[in-house]
Design a protein around this ligand. Structure first.
Ligand SMILES: [Zn+2]
Length: 401
């Protein structure tokens, strides 16, 4: 018997990475993301253009597949890892962490994520899930989103690993230490490792981490009596609560918009302050030094009420100048003479850390992906003495028993 591994999407993109593991009548698909923005194209044309992975039976009801056991596993809830779930034509079992399910359901209720036919099932850390002939085990990892996993896939003869997105200088590096040690002891046959940071040539010398970002935030609160406005990403729950904690420590309340407040309440059942519900704009105008306001791009004009404020951009949308809205944000602040202060931190390991992880795992075969330049990571991995492969799209990698 054999297991076939097939990369179905995302060999040289950041995200949109999809890989299938097939054995007999069983198939698991790892991650299900997209790299394209909102579109009116129908599912058939997205399939034809290969913007969706070549698994037509998932997207077109009339197509019958030949796998009896099928499941999709989502490493984390970034769009480049789950954006294709909205296109499922029929129910498919889709596993993700319980935190990710909770977040996904909240986002759907807020219309921030479209509805899906996915049959959402929780997978818990180190509690293996059986899909026919294949076993999948999840491990907690460290990425800039709640409930991020690394996945191990076993067929009784081989072991395959999908790193998911990972960083090594975040608040949970011990999780990465833990799973690299387990993988090292089992020497996997195949290790898919992300390579985001190998995409960019001109990296800045200074690297912010979640920890340094929080220190910088605290420093800003110390130095100003003005209102502080932050624009973070709503799916990085841990950072949101850390920011709130620091604001409170510094005598300020963090006030969230409806979307963020709902997400935070649903995720933890803790009380948070919502703008216009718990705190009004006139209260903020009267005592700006008592508040931090979270502001999403769509609410930018709410800030018209304030003559002055400090604006901290913390990985919220628009993420960068490739997004047309970034220029609008820059202009909005410029005409008010307010600097756009960048205070973000990456969810992706540095090149050095990626190589450290790959060397520690020491798989029989390492496959770099999730990068604009996988060939750069490939060369660096080879220099470490690791055996690597840069597969082609849909090409079967065959593992005989
Ligand atoms: Zn990603």
């Amino acid at each position: 018997m054999q297991t076939i591994v097939r990369v179905l999407q995302g060999l040289d993109t950041i995200g949109g990475n999809i890989v299938a593991f097939e054995r007999e009548d069983s198939r698991v698909v790892m991650d299900f993301g997209t790299t394209f923005g909102p579109t009116n194209d129908d599912t058939q044309s997205l399939l034809t253009e290969r913007k969706l992975p070549n698994i037509p039976e998932f997207f077109l009801s009339e197509v019958k597949g030949h796998f009896t056991h099928n499941a999709i596993f989502i490493s984390h809830l970034h769009i480049d890892h789950m954006g294709a779930l909205q296109y499922l034509a029929d129910t498919v079992d889709v596993y993700m962490s319980p935190e990710a399910i909770q977040l996904y359901l909240t986002l759907q209720s807020l219309n921030s994520e479209p509805a899906t036919k996915a049959n959402l099932k929780p997978i818990f850390p180190e509690k293996p899930v059986q899909v026919g002939e294949l076993t999948v085990t999840a491990y907690l990892s460290d990425h800039d989103i709640t409930g991020a996993y690394m996945f191990r896939i076993q067929d009784g003869f081989h072991e395959f690993v999908h790193s998911g997105d990972v960083r090594y200088d975040g608040p949970h590096s011990e999780r990465v230490d833990y799973w690299t040690k387990i993988l090292h002891d089992n020497q996997p046959d195949l290790f898919f490792i992300e390579g985001t940071e190998f995409s960019f040539e001109n990296k800045s010398q200074h690297r912010e981490t979640e920890a340094s970002l929080l220190l910088d935030f605290e420093k800003v609160l110390q130095q100003t009596n003005e209102l502080v406005v932050i624009n973070p990403y709503q799916r990085n729950i841990e950072r949101l609560f850390s920011l709130q904690m620091i604001a409170r420590k510094m005598g300020r309340e963090l006030v969230w918009n409806h979307e963020f407040a709902t997400i935070l309440k649903n995720q933890t059942a803790k009380h948070v302050h919502e703008i216009a519900v718990d705190v009004s704009w006139s209260e903020i105008e009267q005592e700006p030094n008592k508040y931090v306001v979270q502001n999403s791009f769509n609410d930018l004009n709410d800030l018209n009420k304030m003559n002055n404020f400090v604006y901290l951009h913390m990985n919220g949308e628009p993420l960068g100048d490739y997004d047309g809205r970034y220029a609008i944000l820059e202009n909005y602040l410029t005409v008010r003479n307010i600097p756009l202060q960048l205070m973000g931190a990456s969810g992706h390991a540095t090149e050095t850390d990626l190589l450290k992880i790959a060397a520690a795992v020491n798989a029989k075969l390492t496959v770099p992906w999730h990068s604009f330049k996988p060939e750069l990571e490939n060369r660096a991995l080879q220099k470490l003495g690791l055996k690597t492969n840069l597969p082609h799209l849909d090409e079967p990698m065959i593992f005989e028993d």
